[in-house]
Design a protein around this ligand. Structure first.
Ligand SMILES: *Cc1c(COP(=O)(O)O)cnc(C)c1O
Length: 504
């Protein structure tokens, strides 16, 4: 059972406990509030054992041990945990999550990390090597994404961040601060398709920006006309994905970015998922619309090195058109008794070793390495798509290259997913509309994985057809969660879920 399933289970239970339409008003009454909280607690109790499987077999440290535990013992325990957990991703059973995962590559990155483990780019005087790595990561990524040369007159520039979410947060903060400074906009708005990553919602919440959602068309690509209608004098940026996380669809970036340019506003391409794989699609003969800085309206791009850049988790790149724009991202303070202080991103101290490992991944892969990886991934995805198309009960959403979302007009797709979960697969359940996706990585290019996926998927469909009355474990949950009108209840429960994660 994956995390999202559990969360949806929670929302359904709550919906049953108290009629949903009355919930919002009732929630404000203290007595009712207590009651709801008690309900939540009951549901959470049931979840706890699956979320905390190691309580019985491992020592729990709620406080520091009086005497330090020996290094050997710690490492041996961790190795045991790894053995339990690694099989699933190593053998290619999970969607996304681990993008490379070959042992040689992992060992190489670990060696690089170990060499650089003390480094912190905040102290550029002590570790100029980290500064070199980071500036080159940015430059190499910019060149891959449409920057013309190191002396590019458009000055495509950027910084390294801790991940896709931070890159997106930084870009949105940058647009907000620029709009305030240059255009006196105090009620900033961004326009993003409903399929844009949740990180844009997060940025809106964190930075007091209004997020205006626009719909997508039948191929799950942003509706340009709707974007045009949504522009106001407060719009600071328009967003498009290349591709989107849910359905792997590349938005009409050219049209959207031209719209932004014609109105003098920023345009952000979210290439977190596609930044290191889409650039190779064209030379492999796939039809991919332009999405990078070759389009004059694109003013920023996020690209995740820790996805298809094959770096270790914890790095991403945020790029801007022009140093003037990038400057709005920076933080400086001149009066702190701790000295003259500045930082390019949200963090102060940062793990320089992760940047070193990212740089090492990039230069060891090279263009050829990325091209070959993309080729293998697209080929495997092709096999998987063909297999799904052979199953009449299923339909693929849109025309994706390698993030393949599929649903069904006749079967409950979450029951299909239930069966797949029983066969060890870790697929992503999505909603609005109901579907499931597999994000193909190098793990799936291993021999036999795509075939096994299709074989299991065929059995899943046959099973669901043959057992129409079977409830499944998660299917009813997904169904009801999708119809819960009061989203604040679901939101409350997600927060309780996070509480649970931090319970020892
Ligand atoms: C993964 C992803 C992000 C966010 O990345 P994190 O590294 O998880 O913070 C943003 N946008 C898209 C399209 C993504 O796939």
């Amino acid at each position: 059972m994956d995390v999202k399933c559990k969360i949806r289970a929670l929302s359904v239970h709550a919906g049953r406990a108290i009629t949903r339409s009355a919930m919002k008003a009732l929630k404000k009454i203290p007595f009712i509030k207590k009651r709801i909280e008690k309900e939540y607690a009951g549901i959470m109790g049931g979840l706890e054992s699956t979320l905390k499987p190691y309580r019985n077999n491992y020592t729990t440290f709620a406080a520091l041990p009086e005497q330090g535990i020996s290094r050997e013992e710690i490492i041996s325990e961790m190795e045991k945990l790894r053995t339990v957990e690694e099989k699933k991703w190593r053998d290619g059973y999970v969607s996304g999550a681990v993008y490379h995962g070959d042992q040689g590559h992992i060992d190489f990155l670990n060696t690089v990390y170990a060499i650089n483990s003390q480094s912190n780019p905040l102290h550029s005087d002590i570790w100029p090597s980290t500064t070199k790595f980071e500036s080159e990561i940015v430059s190499m990524t910019a060149r891959m994404l449409g920057s013309l040369s190191a002396e590019d007159p458009q000055e495509i520039c950027g910084t390294v961040s801790s991940g896709g979410t931070e890159s997106i947060l930084l870009a949105m903060k940058t647009y907000r601060d620029r709009a305030h400074e240059e255009f006196r906009i105090t009620r900033p708005e961004i326009i993003a398709p409903i399929t844009a990553h949740a990180a844009f919602d997060k940025a809106a919440q964190y930075f007091g920006i209004r997020l205006v959602h626009i719909p997508v068309d039948s191929n799950f690509r942003a509706d340009v006309k709707a974007a045009e209608k949504a522009v106001t004098k407060n719009t600071i940026a328009i967003v498009g994905s290349a591709p989107s996380f849910p359905h792997g669809a590349v938005d009409p970036i050219e049209e959207l970015s031209e719209l932004a340019r014609s109105r003098g506003i920023g345009f952000h391409t979210d290439a977190c998922l596609g930044g290191f794989i889409l650039p190779w699609a064209k030379s492999l003969g796939y039809d991919v619309p332009a999405f990078d800085f070759s389009l004059p309206g694109v003013t920023s791009i996020s690209a995740d090195t820790h996805k298809y850049g094959y770096a270790a988790k914890g790095t991403s790149v945020i790029l801007y058109r022009g140093k003037d724009l990038r400057r709005y991202q920076y933080f400086t303070t001149t009066d702190w008794p701790g000295g003259l202080y500045f930082s390019p991103t949200f963090a102060g101290s940062r793990p320089g070793a992760l940047s070193a490992a990212c740089w090492a991944a990039m230069v060891s892969m090279g263009e050829k390495g990325y091209l070959d990886a993309a080729k293998r991934i697209f080929k495997t995805a092709q096999t998987i798509k063909e297999g799904i198309r052979q199953i009449p009960e299923l339909k693929i959403f849109g025309d994706p290259l390698w993030v393949i979302a599929f649903g069904s007009d006749t079967l409950n797709i979450y029951r299909v997913m239930d069966y797949m979960t029983g066969k060890n697969w870790g697929l992503n359940g999505l909603h609005k509309p109901s579907c499931v996706h597999i994000c193909v990585t190098l793990r799936h290019t291993q021999k036999g994985v795509a075939k096994r996926f299709i074989k299991d998927l065929q059995s899943a469909v046959e099973h669901v057809k043959a057992h129409p009355d079977e409830k499944g474990s998660m299917a009813p949950v997904y169904g009801m969660a999708a119809t819960m009108p009061d989203r604040s209840i679901v939101g409350d429960m997600l927060k309780q879920y996070i509480d649970l994660l931090y319970k020892v």
